[in-house]
Ligand binder design. Sequence first.
Ligand code: PLP
Length: 390
Amino acid sequence: MKDKKIETQAIRHQIETTHAKEHASPLFLTSSFTYESAEEMRAAFAGELDRNIYSRFSNPNFDEFITKLCLMEGAEAGYAFATGMSAVFSTFAALTQSGDHIISSRSIFGSTHSVFTKVFPKWNIQTTYVDLNETETWEQAIQGNSKLLYIETPTNPGIDLIDLAWAADFAKKHGLIFIVDNCFATPYLQQPMAFGADLVIHSATKFIDGQGRVLGGATVGHKNLIDEIYAFSRSTGPALSPFNAWILSKSLETLAVRMDRHSENALKISEHLSSNPKIAWVKYPFLPSHPQYEIAKKQMKAGGGVFAFGIKGDATQGQHFLDAIEMCSLTANLGDTRTIVSHPYSTTHAKLSEEEKEKVGISPELIRVSVGLEHVDDIVSDLEKALKSI
Ligand SMILES: *Cc1c(COP(=O)(O)O)cnc(C)c1O
């Protein structure tokens, strides 16, 4: 499958069918797997046979999903997790020990921020945040014990971009393991491994499922690092369930067409809103007005399904706008078939201090839109009506 295109890999990589010769992949709802003899069981446990043992370690549906994602990301190996956060936590916990130091771009997912600032310090693992593409702050953050570099691009909810090739060079120069959260772009729009990432993390809950049904996560990348993550996770138990793996593997089959449409809709809507008098600014990677438009063109196939904009007026306007929305959903998720509008300042990022919010650009006027697959005219009309009413 390595020689096939990403759309084909997503559809045609499949585990073996059962005696029924079903066309779609079978679902293996089983906790464990059986053996013909004591010797066979010994060999399976010793790792001498390529066999499943227990669904906390592996399962055919888990294998189908993660192998497919590895093909699509151009990665050697991977492990699938119950949630995006278990992927983030387990990856860092597996690769660090007390006294290690993490360097992370400042604008990251809220729960990842909590793990870095509240959980890891308990084990004396400290994190220093660096600002977008400001070379000096990155250089200044380096310590003798720095081990990992972590970034998200595009960032949530600011829709800023980080130059992947530049960050990979920086990591290489300082001997850091380079990890990218590729949740917003998905492997269809951006493949961080091709730019020099060592590991790629996903919340599969978002665009990979794409239909707001299940939670899931994954880490893929170089085999030597995945081996450590596997050893940690096999014992600690954050594995993706077979049922969710089955759903997510099916979801990957439609990822390319969904991402094309999400991106097409998001570009049209962000262009449209750019001229709305109630709006101060619009940020979308594939709008030429985006300050990092050149970086977007270099590392992404299209702009993805999420954009942000700033409403003119005082701090209450964002919430008034949300109240005036009729069709789009007010919910915490993103990457759904349904368009989702959120006000990060008062919800997902409310726990950040005022200073942190300001540093990552989460202002009271910021609205984040995860553009769905409804007809673009209906989404535009819903947003414009709400804007008109405030
Ligand atoms: C949602 C999200 C996560 C966490 O994933 P869950 O599946 O909710 O645990 C991590 N990173 C990013 C960028 C996300 O959007």
